[in-house]
Design a protein around this ligand. Structure first.
Ligand code: ADP
Ligand code: MG
Length: 599
């Protein structure tokens, strides 16, 4: 008789359960499957890899990765599905010298545990045996047949997560998943310019790279031919590591890190220390919240790189991290210093582009603490542009009786402006005010845009529609935002491939003479490590406010400053911008007196 109290409560889990648990770490989402299969193809020495995705209206339904690599023998093809079976390492020692992308031997086993996998493979230069097809469902081999097949391997994954309902539900919408896949292939494509990649979605080519030995070609293919001219090469060979690739001139700076793509020993990795080292190399050339574009490939002694940090192998741990990040920072800085960063107004005869200038001259020109003389002179066109921007908000204030009649602020009289950034003013209560002109106008626009409450926000048609070209990843994100954008008054439609046509924009943006602002708004929306805490509507409102507002550095006339201040007084919350920064600092007469030790 077994005593229920004394029978063991601890049990060793069966292999299916173990595999499902492991799968949770390796196969987080459809992009993880693509990653593992593509990495296997690269490890197999492929020169060409095709990723074919099939999708329904709202999900990715099948993933097929085909390569022209080494292929597998019949025995290996079956072993490939066994957990912890790998051809890539044999001993603990080998972990110190990993040159392949895989080595844990768990990808195929775990993918098969949670889907239906059909593998077809034929060994390269193998005349005697035909290819083999193996079908594995939920971790069990269901079918094994000899078959004719081209040299190489093809793996088809269907019914992903069919037996893990929680994971299936957790999948974000299709476009988010596609964006992850595009991003991944951008990274992998860049770290392997010598392989040609074809990504297809329902039969249509969405991303292609050609085999090349010039990574600049791959960059142009992936990010557009307008990118390379703004890049500066980095080529450094040090005892500890070599660094090759490209970084951007500061003009290409972005709001997020999405275009900092780094590979270490041909593995596309995500590494905060390396990102920060690159950013640090720019020093004051970039604002604190801006990030450069960088496509860098690092070669580091394998014994210093631990890729066995997480099953997905995207994170790495570096030994001698300090020396490595120092080297990266210095190399980035040196590359920047040795290049003329601003195109010369008048190039001296005989000098071409990219001729090294005395380093300090070019850096100082861009240092905000040393503005070149004349930059803040208001120009005539500048003044009338500002006027247009101001009028947009003034007109709609009149149209909206909902605004406060009594202000939270006393009467304000503008005294002057400082640096094109601050408005100096006094109140009728003996106070001195310093007002941030951009933050104030941003607040005004913000309250107006949100003032349209729950209804559709009115839009106006553009006289000539604007065409936007985007990378596949950005396009997927835009597609996801289209309904939210429509609710805000942006009428945007697909325009073939990854292009869009903008037909109408919110009225609040005023008559949009420069279409650049629309481009900027859309870019902001898809970039930005999108803070999940605010709704799309709120994000769009904030971005419209920020982009539509008079920019810091725009010198306004006294009369314009007064108009901004008068509008600000009507706001529900005149004290902060939509991001929570103060719009003004107040000094009472008493505070000033005490600062001057008058009392
Ligand atoms: P790992 O890549 O870590 O070794 P996987 O589960 O991804 O583990 O693959 C198991 C083994 O199957 C690999 O070691 C390799 O020998 C073989 N294999 C997988 N995919 C391919 C492929 N596309 N071409 C050739 N061999 C492959
Ligand atoms: Mg693998």
């Amino acid at each position: 008789m077994t005593d229920p109290e004394n029978s063991p409560k601890i049990r060793v889990l069966g292999p299916e359960v173990v595999n499902q648990i492991a799968a949770g770490e390796v196969v987080e989402r459809p992009a993880s499957v693509v990653k593992e299969l593509v990495e296997n193809a690269i490890d197999a020495g492929a020169g060409s890899i095709t990723i074919a995705l099939t999708s329904s209206k709202d999900a990715i339904t099948a993933i097929r990765v085909t390569d022209d690599g080494s292929g597998m023998s019949h025995v290996d093809a079956e072993l490939a599905f066994v957990p912890h079976a790998t051809s890539k390492i044999r001993s603990v020692d080998d972990l110190q010298h990993i040159r392949t992308l895989g080595f844990r031997g768990e990808a195929l086993a775990t993918i098969a545990a949670i889907s239906r996998v059909t593998l077809v493979t034929k060994r390269r230069n193998e005349d005697i045996f035909p290819g083999i097809r193996i079908m594995n469902e939920g971790g069990t081999i269901r079918e094994k047949t000899e078959t004719g097949a081209p040299e190489g391997t093809s793996v088809l994954v269907e019914d992903l997560f069919y037996n893990t309902p929680a994971r299936r539900k957790f999948q974000k919408n299709k476009n988010t998943e596609l964006a992850h896949i595009y991003e991944l292939l951008e990274g992998i494509g860049l770290s392997h310019p010598d392989i040609s990649f074809h990504l297809r979605l329902n039969g249509n080519e969405v991303l292609v790279t050609d085999r090349t030995n010039r990574s600049l070609d791959t960059i142009a293919r992936l990010f557009g031919s307008e990118v390379p001219p703004d890049l500066i090469p980095v080529n450094v060979s040090l005892p500890l590591l070599t660094i090759t690739g490209y970084i951007s001139r500061p003009v290409l700076a972005r709001k997020d890190r999405a275009r900092m793509l780094i590979s270490v020993n041909h593995r596309y990795v995500s590494s905060l220390p390396l990102n920060e080292a690159i950013k640090a190399g720019y020093g004051t050339l970039l604002a604190r919240d801006r990030f450069p574009v960088a496509f860098l490939s690092l070669d580091i002694d394998t014994s210093l790189v631990d890729v066995n940090v997480h099953p997905a192998k995207k994170l790495i741990r570096l030994s001698r991290e300090r020396e490595i990040t120092d080297a990266v920072r210095t190399s980035v800085r040196d590359a920047l210093f040795s290049h003329d960063l601003i195109p010369p107004v008048e190039a001296p005869a005989g000098t071409g582009h990219g001729i090294p200038l005395p380093a300090k001259a070019s850096i100082y020109d861009l240092d905000p603490r040393h503005p070149p003389a004349g930059v803040f002179e208001p120009t005539h066109t500048g003044t009338s542009m500002t006027d247009k921007r101001l009028r947009q908000t003034e007109l709609s204030i009149e149209a909206q009786p909902a605004y406060r009649v009594s202000s939270l602020l006393p009467e304000i009289e503008v005294i002057g402006e400082f640096g094109g950034i601050y408005i100096l003013a006094r109140t009728d209560q003996e106070e001195l005010l310093l007002i941030d002109q951009h933050a104030a106008h941003e607040r005004i626009l913000y309250e107006q845009v949100s003032g349209y409450a729950q209804m559709m926000r009115p839009s106006q048609e553009l006289i000539s529609p604007l065409i936007l070209h985007r990378t596949p990843k950005e396009a997927a994100l835009i597609r996801e935002l289209l309904p939210a954008l429509a609710g805000e008054g942006f009428l945007i439609e697909g325009f073939g491939g990854d292009s869009f046509i903008v037909r109408a924009v919110p009225v609040i943006l005023g008559r949009v003479e420069e279409t650049g602002i629309i481009d900027e708004i859309i870019s902001d929306l898809v970039s930005g490590e999108s803070s999940q805490s605010v709704s799309n509507r709120e994000r769009i409102t904030r971005i419209i406010a920020c982009r539509g507002a008079v920019k810091a550095g725009t010198v306004c006339t006294r009369e314009q400053c007064q108009r901004i201040v008068d509008q600000l007084r009507l706001m529900q919350n005149p004290f902060t911008c939509p991001h929570g920064r103060p719009t003004m600092i107040r000094f009472s007469r008493k505070e000033l007196d005490s600062l001057f030790h008058r009392i």
